[in-house]
Design a binder for this molecule. Structure first.
Ligand SMILES: Cc1cc2nc3c(=O)[nH]c(=O)nc-3n(C[C@H](O)[C@H](O)[C@H](O)COP(=O)(O)OP(=O)(O)OC[C@H]3O[C@@H](n4cnc5c(N)ncnc54)[C@H](O)[C@@H]3O)c2cc1C
Length: 451
């Protein structure tokens, strides 16, 4: 994208400032980009081609927890870390099912879905939203009642950027035990990663929903010091080690999970990576440099022969990681059209391909993009088809884009719209046509208005 610098970066202190920012930008013919945590995979919250302003919600970070109702209001500019920390300071037995990276902003994360380590038990972050306050394209402040159920449906997984500026969210907090367990079992190819990864595909989506076991595939050295691939079986269990081990011995004995692979901690500590939980209040973005992500969904286990080929492509570029997040559990119980996020029953797991680099210049970029494209291409026969599904929170501009002005036809946008939303895409476009017919809130992958 040929991006220009923003004319202004507006940092509202309250909702009236956001209203004014929307109305003035519209009157002046300026585009608007809304930034909460700034983690967008394609930088669409702070880059644009034409003259534009950034509405940066960095000052809207308040979290108000109600223990009486097990709910909270959280402003969009808060990070997940701030949210988790504030919940934990009020209660050791309440939590919220959202992503693992504490510096992600609530605004982009909730409006795009938001998956994490409790997704199998409680669904996505967006499945646990009860109300929201937003500013629409006319500068009007709306809540759930005044925005209509259609718009409230759209902002819970359809992406906020197409519909307005979401100021705050009322969320349902969920029970967590005072002690949870984290386990890590790393297995290289030489240690049987292929067989275990093959089995995992059939087991992980069916495990008890208190267990979330993902696979993180990285480069490693084998015992001879040669490059190999490593699958890290990384799990969160909502209970103690003593309760977990017998469950795993029955469900996945081949992994050989033992107490030495696990440690107990509080739910909030699982996000602090061994540091004091105060670190969750630190907003600085931990990714330095550049990155590219892509995603896939798998509904049939990949055969061992397919995995063998995958390792080869994975190792060739030495340029990225893959994360496999299991679905099943609560995710299978929610209908495909209950929210815009359609990847529900029948999905075994989500794959994320993620490549990051710090070196500037085209050569580094070429190497990392090539790795991402090669592995994505290799996976084609093994992942969902017609459409090949993708997760909006792992936004991928390669799927297709609107023109430089952010305009496109409904059918053209359907190319990527179907991947993110399947049959919900049309309803999103109809909602867009009703609430923002002039397409004021638009970007390279926004929903086009359908009248
Ligand atoms: C290191 C890293 C780890 C991640 N881990 C996970 C994970 O575990 N689970 C997961 O589901 N995702 C994960 N993500 C993806 C993340 O959820 C999305 O990138 C999300 O959109 C980021 O939200 P943000 O507010 O930080 O981003 P931003 O860049 O601020 O916004 C993202 C998009 O949402 C729009 N937006 C932001 N705020 C608002 C608002 N208030 N109103 C309307 N529109 C708004 C922006 O305009 C932009 O289009 C991760 C991303 C990174 C970089």
């Amino acid at each position: 994208m040929n991006s220009s610098s923003p004319q202004f970066i507006i940092t509202p202190q309250n909702e009236a400032h956001v209203q004014a920012a929307v109305i003035c930008s519209r009157n002046l013919g300026l585009g608007v980009r809304v930034r909460s945590g700034g983690h967008d995979y394609e930088g669409l919250s702070y880059k644009a081609a034409g003259p534009f302003v950034i509405i940066d919600l960095v000052n809207l970070t308040k979290v108000s927890v109600s223990l009486d109702t097990s709910t909270a209001w959280v402003e969009s500019g808060a990070t997940l870390g701030e949210l988790y920390y504030q919940i934990a300071t009020r209660s050791s037995t309440l939590g919220f099912p959202a992503g693992v990276c504490p510096t992600i902003g609530v605004g982009g994360h909730f409006s795009g879905g938001g998956q994490g380590t409790m997704t199998r038990k409680y669904g996505l972050a967006s499945d646990n939203v009860l109300d929201a306050i937003m500013v629409d394209a006319n500068g009007t402040i709306l809540d759930r009642e005044s925005m209509s159920e259609d718009l409230f449906w759209a902002i819970r997984g359809g992406g906020g950027a197409s519909f307005g500026v979401i100021l705050s969210w009322k969320i349902k907090l969920v029970p967590v035990p005072p002690i949870v367990t984290i386990c890590n079992v790393p297995k290289t190819l030489e240690q049987g990663a292929t067989k275990l990864a093959h089995l995992w595909q059939q087991i992980a989506p069916k495990l008890h929903e208190d267990i979330n076991m993902r696979v993180i595939i990285t480069l490693a050295n084998n015992t001879k010091g040669e490059k190999t691939a490593q699958a890290l079986f990384n799990s969160l269990y909502l209970g103690t080690i003593q309760q977990l081990i017998p469950l795993m011995n029955v469900s996945f004995p081949e992994l050989g999970l033992a107490a030495k692979d696990c440690h107990e901690l509080s739910w909030v500590q699982t996000f602090a990576e061994g540091e004091s939980v105060k670190v969750l209040m630190n907003r600085s973005h931990e990714i330095k440099g550049y990155f590219k992500g892509k995603s896939d969904y798998v509904n049939q286990p990949i055969p061992e022969s397919g995995l063998e080929g995958m390792w080869k492509v994975f190792l060739e570029g030495e340029a990225g990681v893959m994360i496999w997040d299991p679905y099943g559990g609560k995710m299978s119980e929610i209908a495909e059209d209950e929210t815009p996020f359609p990847h529900r029953a029948g999905i075994l797991y989500n794959i994320q391909y993620f490549s990051k680099w710090e070196e500037a210049g085209v050569e580094a970029q070429r190497k990392h993009m090539e790795w991402t494209n090669n592995i994505y291409k290799y996976m084609t026969p093994f992942v969902s088809k017609s459409p090949r599904r993708a997760f909006l929170n792992y936004k991928d501009i390669d799927l297709g884009r609107n023109d430089e002005n952010g305009n496109t036809s409904f059918s053209q946008a359907g190319v990527w719209g179907q991947s993110y939303f399947k049959n919900n895409f049309k309803r999103l476009a109809l909602v867009k046509g009703r609430v923002d017919p002039s397409n004021f809130f638009r970007d390279e992958q926004s929903i086009p208005p359908l009248m």
